[in-house]
Design a protein around this ligand. Sequence first.
Ligand code: NAD
Length: 441
Amino acid sequence: IMWWEGFNVKVAVIGTGYVGLVTGTCLAYSGHSVVCVDSSAEKIAILSSGGLPLWEQGLDELLNETIKLGRICFTTDMKSAVQSSDVLIVCVGTPWGPGGEADLDPLWSVVRQVALYCKQGPFLIIKSTVPVGTSDEIEQWLHTVQTKPSIEVIHNPEFLRQGAAVYDFFHPDRIVAGCRTIQARSVITELYKDIAAHVYFCDRRSSELIKYASNAFLAMKISFINMMADFSEHTGARIDVVAAGMGMDRRIGKSFLQAGIGYGGSCFPKDLQALLSMGHKWNCSLPLLESTVSINAQRPQHLVDKLLHALGTLKAKRIALLGLTFKPMTDDLREATSLAVSRLCLQHGADLHAYDPFVRDYPIAEVVLHRDMYEAIDSADAIVILTEWEQLHDLDWQLVSQKLRTRVVIDGRNMFDWDDMQHVADTCHITYISMGRPVIY
Ligand code: NAD
């Protein structure tokens, strides 16, 4: 492929979930010509009729704009998408397999179709998070089945944060690209030419591990601060004060030091399990990761213990869960901590009511969803905050205290300022319990 000034790269983005849809839309906005392919006819029908199957800040405006400019279209037809594109970007899911390893069936299904339909030798960019060695294996396999000019595989991991994915696409801290040849590097340079970020070229195996190691490191920071939060509860220190003091050290940094009920979501839990399972495969122990996972697994129980301690029993107690998604500004419930907390509370016989600004459908039927926050709180014995939604900052504490049957608030995300809550507790007679900070009566 020859690249020249102003050339629009013809891109097929395969898999239009959070990563694929954002990538496709943003690349189209950058001037490339994009076809988005997904095996889900339902998703493609929604997108083709101008709708969105998921929510991301700013995505609908950008998508409408690119549709108007005629730079993006949607299809389930892999053959035509592969045959009409110079660059294929694979963004299919790599979910948990039965033993914790990444399930690569969707990825290999795409690779087989690429081998079948591909006429010339395009570049196959793997954006999905894949175990170390996968890109090499795919390229070798393609070379054995292809007689035509060979496809080159590039690994280009994605680091976007759900909820800020569009912003992150245009302002990444870095772009990592595992490439084998100069031509592959020039593809990446052309694709991301409008983005003012350092492109870090490396070999594919390192690129694959950079993604897992980055997620594992962030998860480890969360588990570390949660471990210190538990220690603060024993010693009378305050974890938010501790974290702020630690974060002032640039070697440590202040991000991911928010103590609470632990991480969830579609990436950290599965990527840590996949990394541990890679460790088994390569016969290399990864003890820090094992601790990270086990500390995180204890967090929901720790929160429920606080609830039990405050109420004596959960049997027939009405609990208002505020926030259900794994973090604010997303509609994603995958591995959300609210699921584990809800199950534990139900085992204790609690009556669960919930409010989340984005959730209209919850996988646990016993949890009664309310559209209004105060309806969820009405007659509750305790409020449990599970997602730090901005909306919760506007809680009218006087009204909350009138609505509650027992005035217990458990802040699983430490979202409220401790000094402010002293005042709330005084004026509204609320017991405020958070993570790694003394209880305020
Ligand atoms: P997702 O589940 O939201 O989307 C995957 C999409 O692929 C779905 O729409 C599915 O229908 C489609 N698909 C599955 N098999 C297919 C096939 N054979 N052909 C065509 N389409 C197919 O997943 P996601 O959250 O976008 O994640 C995709 C990858 O990116 C994963 O490897 C994930 O680990 C990684 N990642 C995700 C995030 C994130 O925040 N979600 C961040 C960085 C990296």
